[in-house]
Design a protein around this ligand. Structure first.
Ligand code: FAD
Length: 381
């Protein structure tokens, strides 16, 4: 891979910068909800779905251009597009019916609906194919019963992309079907899960005799596993985790430089400075690992262990940076709010929040398994 962008890619970055400079996201955007008005303006110009093909309302941008767009959006203080743009749209483009595409793609592209991903269950996370939520055909409908967990943003979503078991007798990967489910259907209950840092970003979702039109089946019955694989394969650069690490590093750096200069003095200060420098190197390495994934995709190659390297490495760098933030500011970094809270409480908040990085979208161990087997060719355990 080349460690630089092409002339066209740099021009693309400039276009994005100019656009974001002229029309920036609102200040102090809620990281969960984002800025809906700004999102609609982006959508109106096709930026939200930049990497979608033009025929589906996108700009036909490459994966690398999509990554450049994300880098600039985050730098400008914006929130990245959610599951609709990243997961549901691409899945429907490959596996959806004409009617499903006609109904859902324009609404996703225009940011008028919000989607969540209903895959994980209490007994099915890393081993997703063990999922037990049942869907049973009844005339023109399926009746769904079961439970999902860790469903990000379900409490804010209009629709859920749902994986269910339709044939319990079949080998586990072959008895799964995927559905599009309206969250307002009777029998759907959402219960937010309060997290260690105080907020509730994800949920349990319960399904009790939920009737879903058979027309909402994505792809063929019992072939949902293969549709899910497309969903999980679409955008896997891991750049989001690199953003987290960089944002935290920048905040700690500014805090030390501007307000806690004494912490950088003397022999202990030298150790801290070196640590800060090492972490900066790790952040930069992580960025290029993420760019490499998008670079491969742009050339029509399918990243595999490269995506796991990026996701795994950037997650762990994010945790190391947040751990440094807690250690360097001492006791002040242990309070989330109030007088003396280091980095206005962000040191504590980010440390607690970073725990999720090595679990969501495949745990650290699963990423290592993929690197070991598919990347290095080692035998499975
Ligand atoms: C912030 C966040 C957001 C999420 N959002 C969503 C969402 O929107 N939708 C959704 O469906 N899910 C979501 N998830 C769930 C996520 O995909 C699962 O948590 C993840 O797949 C791990 O599954 P699990 O929690 O059941 O843990 P388990 O799979 O039970 O793993 C427990 C431990 O065992 C280890 N382990 C498991 N299998 C192996 C193995 N084969 N080899 C070595 N070690 C192993 C794991 O690494 C882990 O340490 C989210 C999770 C997080 C943290």
């Amino acid at each position: 891979m080349e460690f630089k962008f092409s002339v066209e890619e740099n021009r693309f970055r400039e276009t994005v910068r100019t656009m974001l400079h002229a029309d920036p996201p609102g200040p102090g955007v809620d990281p969960e909800i984002g800025d809906p008005l700004f999102e609609r303006r982006l959508a109106a110009q096709g930026w939200l779905t930049a990497a979608w093909p033009k025929e589906f309302g996108g700009r036909g941008a490459t994966q690398l251009e999509q990554l450049i767009f994300k880098e600039e959006l985050v730098r400008a203080g914006g929130v990245l597009p959610g599951a609709g743009v990243n997961l549901v749209g691409p899945t429907l483009m490959v596996h959806g019916t004409q009617e499903q595409r006609r109904e859902h793609l324009p609404r996703i592209a225009s940011a008028s609906v919000r989607w969540c991903q209903g895959f994980s269950e209490p007994g099915a996370g890393s081993d997703l194919a063990s999922l037990q939520t049942r869907a049973v055909r009844d005339g023109d409908e399926y009746v769904v019963n079961g439970q999902k967990i860790w469903t990000s943003s379900a409490h804010l979503s209009d629709w859920i992309l749902l994986l269910t078991r339709t044939d319990p007798a079949a080998p586990k990967h072959r008895g799964i079907s995927m559905f599009l489910v309206d969250m307002r259907t009777p029998g759907v209950t959402v219960r937010p899960i309060r997290q260690i840092q105080g907020m509730a970003g994800f949920n349990e979702v319960f399904f009790e005799d939920v009737r879903v039109p058979a027309a909402n089946l994505v792809g063929e019955e019992n072939r949902g596993w293969y549709a899910a694989t497309t969903t999980l394969d679409f955008e896997r650069s891991g750049i989001e985790r690199n953003f987290v690490a960089e944002e935290d590093w920048n905040r700690i750096f500014r805090g030390l430089r501007d307000h806690s200069g004494a912490l950088l003095a003397g022999p202990e200060g030298t150790v801290r400075r070196h640590k800060l420098a090492n972490l900066r190197v790790e952040v930069e390495v992580g960025r290029w690992l993420a760019r490499r994934v998008a670079w491969l995709q742009t050339r029509g190659l399918v990243p595999n262990s490269e995506a796991s390297m990026s996701k795994g490495y950037n997650s762990e760098v994010g945790q190391r940076v947040s751990e440094f933030g807690v250690n360097v500011f001492g006791l002040n970094s242990q309070v989330l709010a109030g007088v003396g809270a280091a980095l206005n409480g962000k040191a504590a908040f980010r440390y607690l929040d970073a725990r999720r990085l090595t679990v969501g979208q495949g745990t650290a161990e699963i990423q290592r398994n993929i690197i070991a087997t598919r990347g290095l060719g080692l035998p499975r355990a």
